[in-house]
Ligand binder design. Structure first.
Ligand code: PDD
Length: 280
């Protein structure tokens, strides 16, 4: 693990040698953003979409993109280890300043870090997971993929301590998303997910699911979902780059889809696995 090669500020070096300053604003303020890009068959999945979201996050925090899309592709592809499914993690912080000051420093070079890590096969969670609903205690700009994940990690930890795999967040009575996933629900036979807004991260897996629903004539919609409605769902799924599509079989101690992955999950998961294969 410590010998694993990672990328830091223009260099590829062993993880154990990758060091940053304690004055890095990522360390001091979580003044940075990140991306997680899966790779299947040694090809980055939906690379352009991840680059678009990266740019949106950078623009939102007023940080110029340090690389062109082609440069990113070269940097990230070089980190892929052949032969298994993996995810690239990349992070850009505002960089190292001379003193700790909340306002942006004038002359500062962004810190760029990237590494790859194996993705568990989708079968690891395909028998379904438990989830809890929690109050969405985050700020108003959740469309930014910010490294400031304190609320998300506290909520995920709360779920883990209750034997659950995910915390499903509710704001003012309505579903937003999971601590590290988007959420889908099948209600009255229709596959639903909340519309994109400042209140959720625009998941790339979410987009793929909606596209697959459309091209396979599965009734779907982007609509607000109350917690009450969610509790009546015949199926609930979590979607993310690292876990793909995971069926939820228990929410707040109540069985969902009779405690088993539902029929639409099976259909969508097959479509997703086939899409992944065709993509790589
Ligand atoms: N997180 N919403 C939140 C809050 C997330 O953190 C994530 C993913 C998603 C799903 O987005 P995508 O389908 O593009 O992965 C939605 C990643 C995996 C993470 O933080 O590790």
């Amino acid at each position: 693990m410590q010998n694993k090669m990672v990328y830091l500020n223009g260099q590829t070096l062993p993880l154990a040698e990758a060091k940053i300053s304690v004055m890095d604003r990522g360390f001091l303020f979580a003044d940075g953003i990140y991306e997680v890009i899966p790779a299947y068959g040694d090809k980055l999945f939906r690379f352009e979409e991840h680059m678009t979201r990266l740019q949106n996050s950078l623009s939102a925090i007023h940080l110029p993109n340090p690389h062109s899309a082609q440069q990113w592709l070269d940097i990230l592809t070089a980190l892929l280890e052949p032969g298994f499914d993996q995810a690239i993690y990349l992070q850009i912080t505002r960089g190292v300043a001379e003193k700790r000051d909340h306002a942006f420093p004038k002359h500062v070079v962004p810190t760029v870090f990237a590494m790859s890590a194996p993705i568990e096969p989708f079968t690891a969670l395909s028998s379904g997971v438990k989830a809890i609903s929690v109050d969405d205690i985050r700020w108003q700009f959740c469309y930014i993929k910010s490294t400031n994940l304190l609320a998300n990690i506290l909520l995920r930890q709360q779920a883990v301590e209750k034997g659950s795999a995910e915390a499903i967040m509710i704001k003012d009575g309505y579903l937003t998303e999971g601590a590290a996933s988007n959420v889908f629900a099948v209600i009255d036979g229709v596959l639903l997910t909340p519309p994109k807004s400042d209140g959720i991260l625009a998941g790339v897996t979410r987009d793929v699911i909606l596209e697959l629903a459309q091209s396979n004539n599965i009734p779907y919609g982007e609509d607000i979902i109350s917690l009450d409605a969610l509790l009546t769902a015949s199926e609930i799924w979590l979607a993310s780059s690292t876990r793909e599509i995971v069926p939820v079989i228990e929410l707040d101690g109540r069985e969902i889809s009779e405690g088993q992955p539902g029929p639409l999950w099976h259909t969508m998961n097959q479509l997703f696995q086939a899409y992944k294969k065709s993509y790589s």
